[in-house]
Design a protein around this ligand. Structure first.
Ligand SMILES: Cc1cc2nc3c(=O)[nH]c(=O)nc-3n(C[C@H](O)[C@H](O)[C@H](O)COP(=O)(O)OP(=O)(O)OC[C@H]3O[C@@H](n4cnc5c(N)ncnc54)[C@H](O)[C@@H]3O)c2cc1C
Ligand code: SF4
Length: 268
């Protein structure tokens, strides 16, 4: 609370190769084991906010994570017993070898995230969502395989917290019960939210060519692949319209096949 809470609000959604915790508290293992209670940490943060110069977005942002997310997903886990088995996008692929440690990857954002996970069994919520879940969905890994892999790699993994976060929030395997649209993005979002792209061999702005960012190529391919499933979703109307306006969509989809093969064979 003395060193990080101040920065939580402004930086909680950022990713940097220079800071693995990025103002996050790393208390989830203690909370999930019952060594700390949710009310206890919320009270401590509120007290700190009232007695110290903590910005409102840091104090409120933190308390919202606990009350608004942790307690919320606990409720959803018991509300939806079938959530664990859903696979709305019909994803079927195996984990790529980069996930299992059988290959390295040139994708700087993914390499940093996997390295952090191997070192500490923990990365914060944006790499979980916008790097690991994002690439899992864009590449098309079976949701249950993603969840089982996360469960065995995260220090704070437990079924009640994994099912809503992974099946609902991360992979949209429930077709929008929890999150109104899939959290997928191309390299532009990752470039905006991190300092990874500057040191990457790929270019986040490119969708075709040997140096095209795999996130960017696969993002457009994902929209084309799932157009039928997503077209009734009003939050996807603009991305789908943008995808349909791409003059090089055929070339993008061809490049996507190469990217998928490269990921499968551990060459990307
Ligand atoms: C795909 C995916 C998988 C996840 N898997 C897990 C998991 O297995 N176990 C787990 O505890 N959290 C999980 N989360 C939620 C969140 O990423 C972690 O709780 C958080 O990164 C833990 O770090 P922290 O303690 O520094 O959290 P902070 O960001 O500092 O937040 C403070 C506390 O809020 C709670 N919290 C915040 N977001 C969530 C959330 N979405 N769900 C539940 N609690 C939340 C946690 O108790 C956390 O300790 C997952 C999120 C995503 C997107
Ligand atoms: S260019 Fe693409 S693969 Fe490389 S760091 Fe940026 S988002 Fe990740």
């Amino acid at each position: 609370m003395d060193e990080e809470l101040h920065h939580f609000g402004p930086y909680e959604d950022a990713m940097s190769a220079g800071s693995w915790s990025m103002a996050h508290c790393v208390l989830s293992p203690y909370l999930n084991l019952g060594l700390l209670l949710p009310g206890e940490v919320c009270d401590a943060v509120e007290e700190k906010y009232r007695s110290d110069d903590i910005p409102l977005n840091s104090a409120e942002g933190f308390i919202r994570q606990v009350i608004g997310w942790r307690e919320y997903v606990w409720g959803l886990y018991w509300l939806w017993p079938d959530h664990i088995d859903l696979n709305e996008l019909d994803n079927r692929r195996q984990l790529p070898p980069a996930f299992t440690g059988d290959a390295t990857t040139d994708m700087h954002c993914l390499a940093e995230t996997l390295d952090g996970l191997r070192q500490r069994a923990w990365v914060h919520h944006i790499p979980r969502l916008m790097i690991l879940s994002n690439i899992s969905n864009l590449y098309g890994i079976h949701p249950r395989r993603v969840m089982d892999w996360m469960m065995s790699n995260y220090i704070d993994g437990a079924e009640w917290v994994m099912v809503p976060n992974v099946m609902g929030m991360g992979l949209w395997a429930d077709g929008g019960r929890m999150a109104t649209k899939p959290y997928v993005s191309g390299g532009a979002y990752i470039n905006r939210m991190s300092d990874y792209c500057g040191d990457c061999r790929y270019d986040p702005k490119k969708r075709v060519g040997h140096d095209a960012c795999p996130f960017t190529t696969l993002y457009w391919d994902f929209l084309a692949r799932h157009e039928d499933c997503l077209e009734g979703n009003h939050r996807m109307a603009r991305p789908l319209a943008n995808m349909n306006r791409l003059s090089d969509l055929d070339a993008v989809r061809q490049r996507a096949e190469t990217v998928i093969r490269g990921l499968r064979e551990g060459r990307i």
